[in-house]
Every structure is written in C-alpha cells, then in structure tokens.
Design a protein around this ligand. Structure first.
Ligand code: DX5
Ligand code: ZN
Length: 233
C-alpha cells in the first residue's frame, strides 16, 4: 500500500479552516484529518458535524474524521451525512463497537477504529473484518503537539502482522507526534497512513514541503526494506 499523508486541521488557525483545507488539498494531502473532541472522552473541545458540512464543498479530498467523543453511536450517521468519507471511533468510548461500525457503513462511510496508547490490539480482534482503518494513537488523544510514544512502534508492528495473518487490507494509521524523524519509524513498523498536525502547520516552508518531507522520509525506508528483502543472503 502506498504511504498516505493526512494532515490534521486541529493545528490550523480556527478562524480559517476553509483556506487551510483548500491549501492542504493543493499541497498533496491524501486525506484531511478532522479531530472531533467533546470535552468528556478527551479534555478538549473542538468542533462538530457543522464544520465537516461547511468544508465539504471546498475540496474533493477525502475527509477522515476522528471522533474522540463518548457514545459515538449518537453521531456517526450525522458525520457521514455531513461529508466524512471515513469515520473513526474509539472502542474505549462505546459499549457496542461492532454495532457502531455497522452504523458508519450503513450511513455510507468507511469505518475506522482508533486505539488509545493503553488499549491492547485484542480490543479489535473480533471486529477486524469490519474495519477499513485501524488508527494507532502514538500520543494520548486530546491535543496536538505532544511527544511521540516510541513504545507504540511494537503495537504497529503487531497490528501489521495481525493484518497479514488474517489476509485483510485495512489501512494502518498512526496519529500523534508524526514528523520527518518519526515517519520512517512508523513506516518501517507497518503504517500506511500518517496523520500529522504540528509538523505540517508549523513547518516554516509551507504545507507542500512539510507533506513532501514526511512522505519522502516514510517512502525511503519502505524502499530500503523492500530492497533488503529481495537481496539474496
Ligand atoms: C490528537 C489528535 C491528532 C493530533 C495530531 O488528539 O487526534 O490528530 O492533531 O497532532 P500532532 O501531529 O501535532 O501530534
Ligand atoms: Zn486525530
């Protein structure tokens, strides 16, 4: 699977989401990552489906909506209707994960699950076939700009193994502290989709350069690893 970059508008100027979204698409973003926080599941509040609906006409780039909210079952259909192509929920925030995943699909979106750092992969073992994406959180969700948790690299690698063992094709996303230094580590561990907030929005040379640098850093190690496995011992 090719590496995909999904910049998070959590790091945008909150007065200028439309401009940021348009610029990200022009700069080659594969998804626009939209971080929804409710002040309960995480200690921060951001925005709701109205923002997704308002941004939808701005770009055809797929919207990847990350719901950090309690009881996501109450809102997934609305986020899908508002224009989210992929809706990701936390298993820690619902009693009935499998049902929520079906609700997302019934509403016409792709379904994802995000795992907090302390949540084991066994939380999704019995719904693997229902998933279009698994997002490994490499920070505790709630804020942009936090430090990457290197312990999560083994979790990404285990997930990649689990995917191969089951012959499945869901995307492996990584969210939190992704930048050109950590991108090669997560790509080597098996990540396909790299979410990045601060590394894109705070880059001095703009979105194009930021996205290209993260993509290049990740693709380089993938190429190296591919060559290494092809070379005879
Ligand atoms: C964290 C969010 C992330 C965040 C990533 O709660 O889910 O998507 O925006 O931001 P950085 O890349 O700054 O860690
Ligand atoms: Zn996120």
């Amino acid at each position: 699977m090719p590496i995909k970059i999904a910049p998070s508008i959590l790091s945008a100027d909150f007065g200028a989401f439309a401009e940021a979204t348009r610029e990200l698409s022009e700069a080659g973003a594969d998804y626009v990552h939209i971080d929804v926080m409710d002040g309960h599941f995480v200690p921060n509040i951001t925005f709701g489906p109205q923002l997704v609906r308002a941004l939808r006409p701005v770009t055809p780039t797929p919207f990847d909506t990350h719901l950090m909210i309690e009881r996501p079952e109450q809102y997934v259909a609305e986020f899908a209707r508002a224009g989210s192509n992929l809706v990701t929920v936390h298993p820690e925030a619902t009693y009935h994960l499998q049902r929520v995943l079906q609700q997302i699909k019934d509403a016409g979106a792709r379904a994802g699950v995000a795992l907090n750092p302390a949540t084991p992969l066994t939380a999704i073992e019995w719904v693997l076939g229902d998933l279009d994406r698994v997002l490994v959180m490499t920070v505790n969700p709630g804020f942009g700009g936090q430090a990457f948790l290197p312990e999560m690299l083994a979790k990404i690698a285990d997930l990649a193994q689990m995917r191969a063992a089951h012959g499945l094709r869901f995307e492996i996303g990584v969210d939190g502290g992704v930048n050109p230094d950590t991108a090669p580590l997560v790509a080597r561990a098996g990540a396909d989709v790299l979410i990045a907030g601060s590394a894109v929005f705070h880059h001095p040379d703009g979105f194009d350069t930021a996205i290209a640098e993260i993509r290049r850093a990740a693709e380089q190690v993938r190429d190296q690893d591919r060559k290494a496995t092809r070379e005879p011992a």
